[in-house]
Design a protein around this ligand. Structure first.
Ligand code: 5GP
Length: 103
């Protein structure tokens, strides 16, 4: 089981900043910006599983998180790392939302 599945199952603690039926949003343990949140689908999926519903759901979640954390007006960066060359560490699809300063 990957680390995000364990976080979703509550086996590993995390700082949840938002969640709904399909995803959770947690503070990254090694933040690269004043706001660095990971939006993670509850279901274990990887990039190969992306379809219009899943990608739309994640982007709407990222926007909702940005609004909740008050960085929607100043702007933010959304990143997906995929695979070895993409620098992906955790093999469970997730979106990074970074903001809180000019990147
Ligand atoms: P990736 O390179 O896979 O897109 O990024 C994974 C991210 O997950 C990294 O930014 C890393 O700091 C974060 N991360 C890894 N393990 C944990 C953890 O146990 N808790 C939290 N909150 N973040 C984690």
């Amino acid at each position: 089981m990957d680390i995000f599945c364990k976080i979703i199952a509550g086996e590993i603690p995390s700082e949840r900043v938002a969640e709904d039926a399909d995803w959770i949003a947690i503070n990254d343990i090694h933040p690269k910006a004043p706001v660095h949140v990971l939006v993670i689908p509850r279901k274990h999926v990887e990039f190969q599983d992306v379809d219009a519903n899943l990608s739309g759901m994640l982007l709407v979640a990222a926007r909702n998180v940005a609004e909740k954390l008050g960085i929607d007006k100043t702007g933010f960066r959304v990143i997906i790392n995929h695979g070895e060359h993409g620098g992906q560490e955790v093999p469970h699809l997730h979106i990074h939302v970074l903001g809180g300063k000019k990147l």
